[in-house]
Ligand binder design. Structure first.
Ligand SMILES: *[C@@H]1O[C@H](CO)[C@@H](O)[C@H](O)[C@H]1NC(C)=O
Ligand SMILES: *[C@@H]1O[C@H](CO)[C@@H](O)[C@H](O)[C@H]1NC(C)=O
Ligand SMILES: *[C@@H]1O[C@H](CO)[C@@H](O)[C@H](O)[C@H]1NC(C)=O
Ligand SMILES: *[C@@H]1O[C@H](CO)[C@@H](O)[C@H](O)[C@H]1NC(C)=O
Ligand SMILES: *[C@@H]1O[C@H](CO)[C@@H](O)[C@H](O)[C@H]1NC(C)=O
Ligand SMILES: *[C@@H]1O[C@H](CO)[C@@H](O)[C@H](O)[C@H]1NC(C)=O
Ligand SMILES: *[C@@H]1O[C@H](CO)[C@@H](O)[C@H](O)[C@H]1NC(C)=O
Ligand SMILES: *[C@@H]1O[C@H](CO)[C@@H](O)[C@H](O)[C@H]1NC(C)=O
Ligand SMILES: *[C@@H]1O[C@H](CO)[C@@H](O)[C@H](O)[C@H]1NC(C)=O
Length: 423
């Protein structure tokens, strides 16, 4: 019996090695994603145009696939409102031409043209933030006693000065910093060269077809009301005419990468065989060093109602009726666009509000804007191993023991019957 059992243990050992090898192989076949070469160009506003300031720029990012078959072009700008435009082309022979006279004229709908026709184009604009007073810690701005305290702060009107954008060519990042309400607003855009996960929380996944951006409100002080302030961010997503756009949640089975968060909110847009998205983990952070202890949830709203975003259906967003209410480079882009609008607010009970005595006067939120579909959060190798060792091994042992007992019984029966024959 002893050598027999050793045989089974050896079998089990081999099975484990085989299983791990299969897992390694399967995790190596992640969705195909091309690596891209990133070039960031800053296009300054020529100073002979009167509306120009010497800090007015449009940042043009070229992300060419390494096989030179296609390219992503991003335009990042804070003219009027923080804006990201993402366009996909099936060639690398693309340029953008900018007519600043039109771009700086609110009444014009021209001025920005790509020299080739894009296969797909999308844009995200954050036209405004709103403050509201949440004295009873009810969190949602739609509560009766809160709704009357909402005050709009459009970026166009409230940012008194944008500094010259800071370009970090090594990390493929551009940072726009502005003076707002006695504090600072920071809009940072990172172009992705490869498919990866943010190095900081919430460790959002991104593909090489996307821009990861962060919007930060630091030390805003000149607020209308004080002491119990929370913020709303207004998001307007643009896609080509005839696209269908909706919001859904992508569930993940574990929260290994973002503690306490099991879903990603996705605004997706499809036209023909092409699609694009804006996606974020429904969280924000109250300190510069992002940790679970300063992570607060975000809430979604549209039609001025708090909405639970589920993975069961893709909910249609209202189109923005107020495109004239804000200024963004999107309105100067060639083509016909439709817009979809939603709001998000942030906070958690007892977090001290933005500007309470315990408040940190800091709020930072990140999201991804890209071409294609968002990359799903999946179990990592470690989690698979834990699941396997936790459930698989005992099951396997039980199974092997049953087989072993059956074989032994059959053998014992054979042995007794053959004894009978001899006798
Ligand atoms: C920036 O993009 C280049 C490709 O152009 C890439 O090699 C490099 O790793 C990227 N930098 C970072 C920090 O991702
Ligand atoms: C922009 O112009 C202002 C004065 O109009 C000057 O003080 C500042 O140094 C200039 N900035 C740059 C980056 O040239
Ligand atoms: C793109 O446009 C810029 C400015 O108009 C020009 O200098 C550059 O040569 C163009 N590049 C290509 C590849 O056409
Ligand atoms: C555009 O609108 C902004 C604010 O709405 C205003 O300050 C600016 O003067 C306008 N510019 C033109 C050219 O109409
Ligand atoms: C923009 O339109 C408004 C109203 O139609 C007009 O008063 C203003 O002069 C126009 N501005 C420019 C720069 O054309
Ligand atoms: C963007 O890049 C900068 C510089 O590498 C990095 O500090 C920051 O964390 C990145 N932002 C995100 C959201 O990943
Ligand atoms: C958005 O994604 C959901 C879930 O993946 C899908 O069911 C829906 O068809 C997509 N909608 C659009 C407009 O792309
Ligand atoms: C976002 O909030 C503002 C202020 O309450 C409101 O005017 C706007 O309609 C809201 N947008 C949506 C899509 O609910
Ligand atoms: C990114 O774009 C390339 C080029 O079309 C495509 O092959 C790839 O699947 C896209 N990646 C994602 C994650 O959509």
């Amino acid at each position: 019996m002893v050598p027999n059992m050793a045989g089974y243990v050896e079998f089990l050992r081999r099975f484990l090695i085989f299983f791990v090898a299969v897992l390694c192989l399967s995790s190596a076949t992640v969705p195909k994603d091309q690596q891209r070469k990133i070039t960031i160009k800053s296009i300054p506003c020529p100073t002979h145009i009167t509306e120009c300031s010497n800090t007015t720029y449009i940042i043009h990012v070229i992300a060419e696939s390494t096989d030179k078959q296609n390219s992503m072009h991003y335009l990042w700008s804070v003219i009027g409102s923080p804006t990201i435009i993402a366009a996909y082309f099936d060639s690398i022979d693309v340029n953008v031409s900018i007519d600043w006279n039109h771009v700086l004229n609110n009444n014009s709908t021209k001025g920005i043209t790509f020299t080739q026709t894009s296969l797909h184009i999308t844009a995200l604009v954050i036209p405004a933030i709103y403050e509201f007073q949440d004295k009873k810690d009810e969190l949602f701005y739609t509560e009766k006693d809160v709704v009357n305290t909402i005050v709009k702060h459009g970026f166009q009107d409230e940012v008194t000065h944008w500094e010259e954008p800071e370009i970090d060519h090594k990390n493929n990042v551009t940072t726009f910093t502005g003076k707002m309400l006695g504090g600072t607003v920071i809009f940072q855009c990172n172009a992705s060269a490869i498919m990866d996960r943010e190095s900081i929380l919430p460790h959002q996944q991104f593909s090489s077809n996307s821009t990861v951006f962060t919007l930060t409100l630091h030390k805003l002080t000149n607020l209308q009301h004080k002491g119990h302030t929370r913020f709303i961010f207004e998001l307007v997503s643009f896609s080509e005419d005839d696209s269908s756009t909706c919001v859904t949640a992508q569930k993940s089975l574990d929260d290994e990468h973002t503690p306490a968060v099991f879903k990603t909110i996705v605004i997706n847009s499809t036209l023909g065989s092409h699609s694009s998205y804006c996606a974020w983990k429904p969280v924000a952070y109250l300190k510069e060093s992002r940790k679970l202890s300063n992570q607060v949830p975000s809430f979604s709203y549209f039609g001025n109602q708090h909405r639970f975003i589920s993975n069961k259906q893709c909910q249609t967003l209202p189109s923005s009726s107020s495109t004239e209410d804000f200024i963004s480079i999107v309105s100067h882009l060639k083509g016909n666009f439709i817009s979809s609008q939603m709001n998000i607010s942030f906070g958690q009970q007892k977090d001290g509000w933005y500007d309470g005595p315990e408040g940190s006067r800091y709020l930072t939120w990140s999201a991804v804007v890209g071409y294609g579909t968002p990359i799903k959060d999946d179990f990592s190798m470690l989690v698979w191993l834990i699941i396997f060792i936790g459930f698989g091994t005992p099951m396997l042992l039980i199974f092997i023991t049953i087989i072993y007992v059956i074989i032994k019984k059959v053998k014992a029966k054979k042995a007794t019957s053959s004894y009978g024959m001899i006798n």
